[in-house]
Design a binder for this molecule. Structure first.
Ligand code: F6R
Length: 257
């Protein structure tokens, strides 16, 4: 695991954007795995800016989002498709036919998840997978107790996650309790995982993911087994790590390589 501790959320977004730009420059037809939630919004803003300055083109890329709520149409205001349109898709040159998202209202969710896995495989696998982390250590919507070998499937959200996401829904609005999500096994097959965490609410989950035992209690801890996982953290999210001095030292040394 590469642990990069940065000053603030802006530096995390800029560093993540650099990794995306490098990926797409070295492979213009990259397959990108994308995430929603509050954390990547700043990154998407930077990517849109770089696109508008001519420093990035996603025309050759394909994208696969991690998850989608069950029961929300793609055009619903709180669907992850709407989120992605708002924060990224409508501002860049991705071709609509190369944008892949799980369908939260599919008649047959099991077949939908299986087909999603097939589409990822047919696209050649995911080159760079963006992740956030839940306060309970979830990645995608793989909640604690998810099989570390799980594939894309339907998942029951924990009360904790429902509560954390309540801020996005108005009081009288239907809030989904189920989601379709890429599995942990699916995420582990991606070639490079880029996890972003900002804010002190994530500090305990980050500590368990990086320095705790690998366990389904903290799904993100499985990234300790990933051959190429980069974690970009702000100081608050890194505040509970014990080996901070080593992570800073290693980054410093790597700059001279
Ligand atoms: C979203 C996703 C989730 C979020 C996580 C953190 O596509 O897969 O795992 O990354 O819930 O969300 P924020 O960034 O809102 O704290």
């Amino acid at each position: 695991m590469r642990i990069v501790i940065l000053n603030d959320q802006t530096s995390v977004a800029e560093a993540a954007a650099d990794i995306f730009v490098d990926q797409v420059s070295s492979k213009p037809d990259s397959v990108l795995g994308l995430a929603t939630g509050s954390t990547p919004i700043a990154l998407y803003k930077v990517l849109c800016h770089r696109f508008s300055c001519g420093k990035l083109s996603l025309k050759g890329c394909a994208t696969f989002n991690l998850d989608e709520y069950v029961g929300l149409e793609g055009h619903h205001e709180q669907s992850y498709r709407t989120f992605m349109n708002k924060h990224l898709f409508r501002h860049v040159d991705l071709l609509p036919q190369r944008i892949h998202m799980l369908d939260g209202v599919a008649d047959d969710p099991v077949a939908e998840c299986r087909a999603y896995e097939d589409r990822i495989r047919e696209a050649g696998g995911i080159d760079l997978q963006l992740l956030g982390i839940g306060q309970n250590g979830h990645i995608g919507f793989n909640e604690p107790s998810s099989s570390l070998a799980s594939r894309t499937r339907i998942k029951t959200l924990t009360p904790n996650t429902i509560e954390a996401n309540r801020r996005f829904f108005s009081a009288d609005e239907f809030q989904p309790r189920l989601a379709l999500t890429m599995g942990i096994g699916t995420i582990m097959e991606t070639r490079h995982v880029l996890l972003l965490a900002t804010g002190k609410e994530k500090a305990e989950a980050v500590r368990q993911a990086v320095e705790g035992s690998v366990s389904a209690r903290c799904p993100a801890s499985v990234l300790q087994f990933h051959p190429r996982a980069t974690l970009l953290l702000d100081g608050a999210a890194a505040s509970r790590l014990e080996d901070t001095q080593y992570y800073l030292h290693a980054e410093d040394e790597n700059r001279h390589l």
